[in-house]
Design a protein around this ligand. Structure first.
Ligand code: MUC
Ligand code: MG
Length: 367
């Protein structure tokens, strides 16, 4: 089970409904499909969704890092030597999305080789996750209508609301409209993508005190250290670190420094190997975890659910697993299905999903 080659294939699929939030907007999935080949003819797959505004990576930089730096370091290594692979990838700073795709494709190839699901390899706790849907910037009535459609069509009852606009009342009005429109039975939380100052965040949270929020995520810049600690101390819901806690070391600093009280795990940026470390750290520190979405494709969402279902802590809360619904198409042979508000792990080996060669030929941009 030795790695013989690693491919990085760029593709572009437009979004039917673009996602807008405080730090950027996404009109098309300009991602990179990573394939890890072995000497037994097994091919592991994973998706790399570059997010320039969050990590500085682009489609071109992901391809350059995978082909130029990471592939030569992992070719010849056995699939089971995941810690060796992780330590080689860690020689290069940054490039979290490129590294994670290589890491997850290795786990997928290992699962296919051993005829086990990735969830079973990781921890095997359960076989599905509850789904949380992310609502991007729009007018209040449009966001309420989208949430109602998600609830009525897919049974989703947890919503993450993008906030962080100025004036902040634009967003608090949306959150209030969602609570009034959807009632007390839905779970609502907010994500500011660093858009507000600590003081604006505090005022907005104060104004929403009666709305019954589940969490608040990354409302202000993490680098405003004292301001963020001041904000987190007065928050009466867990404060999730997302962009500010990309590595296990970041998580340690944020939590012990009092500038976050919960963690978002995104497999797109910590793969499976480092997501395990973040999970174990969060469990040891006793903080809540949400499986986040990096505006993932179906393959990326499959990675999130495969990891989230593996542990009790990560499957406890609804995971952000539905952004792919806004894409105009996808690469997989069998589309993911959200049923009764849940997304299930695929029973087959590895991630249990296959890329459709015709779709890949249609959307790849390298030939
Ligand atoms: C999120 O949780 O912030 C937006 C930017 C990004 O990197 O992920 C998304 C969702
Ligand atoms: Mg976030």
């Amino acid at each position: 089970m030795k790695i013989t080659a690693v491919e990085a294939i760029p593709y572009t699929i437009p979004y039917a409904k673009p996602l807008r939030f405080a730090s950027g907007e996404v009109y098309a999935a300009e991602h990179v499909l990573v394939r890890v080949h072995t000497d037994e003819g097994v091919v592991g797959i994973a998706d790399a969704p570059p997010r320039p505004f969050t990590y500085g990576e682009t489609q071109a930089s992901v391809i350059a890092a995978v082909e130029g730096i990471f592939a030569p370091q992992v070719v010849g290594v056995r699939l089971v030597d995941r810690e060796l692979i992780a330590s080689r990838l860690a020689r290069t700073v940054g490039n979290p999305v490129a590294k994670s795709a290589v890491d997850m494709a290795v786990w997928d190839a290992l699962g296919r080789t051993l005829d086990l699901t990735v969830t079973d390899l990781l921890g095997g706790y359960t076989d599905r996750m509850r789904v949380s849907h992310m609502l991007g910037f729009d007018e209040p009535q449009a966001m309420v209508a989208e949430a109602e459609r998600m609830r009525d069509t897919y049974g989703i009852t947890t919503f993450k609301v993008k906030v962080g606009r100025t004036p902040y009342r634009r967003d608090t009005a949306v959150v209030r409209a969602l609570r009034e429109g959807l009632g007390e039975d839905v779970e609502l939380y907010v994500d500011g993508n660093r858009g507000w100052s600590p003081a604006e965040s505090a005022r907005a949270m104060h104004e929403m005190a009666d709305v019954g929020l589940l969490f608040a995520e990354e409302l202000c810049p993490a680098d405003d250290v004292l301001g963020r600690r001041w904000l987190v101390r007065q928050c009466d819901v867990p404060f999730i670190a997302d962009e500010s806690a990309v590595t296990p070391a970041d998580v340690t600093r944020e939590i012990l420094g009092g500038s976050a009280t919960a963690v978002s795990i995104k497999t797109a940026r910590t793969g499976f190997t480092y997501s395990q470390r973040v999970h174990h750290l969060a469990e040891g520190l006793g903080v809540e975890v949400v499986m986040g979405n990096q505006i993932d494709s179906q393959l990326g969402s499959m990675c999130t659910v495969a990891f989230g279902a593996a542990f009790r802590l990560t499957s406890r809360r609804a995971g952000e697993l539905s952004n792919f619904l806004d894409m105009s198409d996808d690469l997989l042979t069998e589309p993911l299905r959200i049923v009764d508000g849940h997304l299930a792990v695929r029973p087959g080996a590895g991630l249990g999903v296959e890329v459709d060669p015709d779709k890949l030929a249609r959307y790849r941009t390298d030939r």
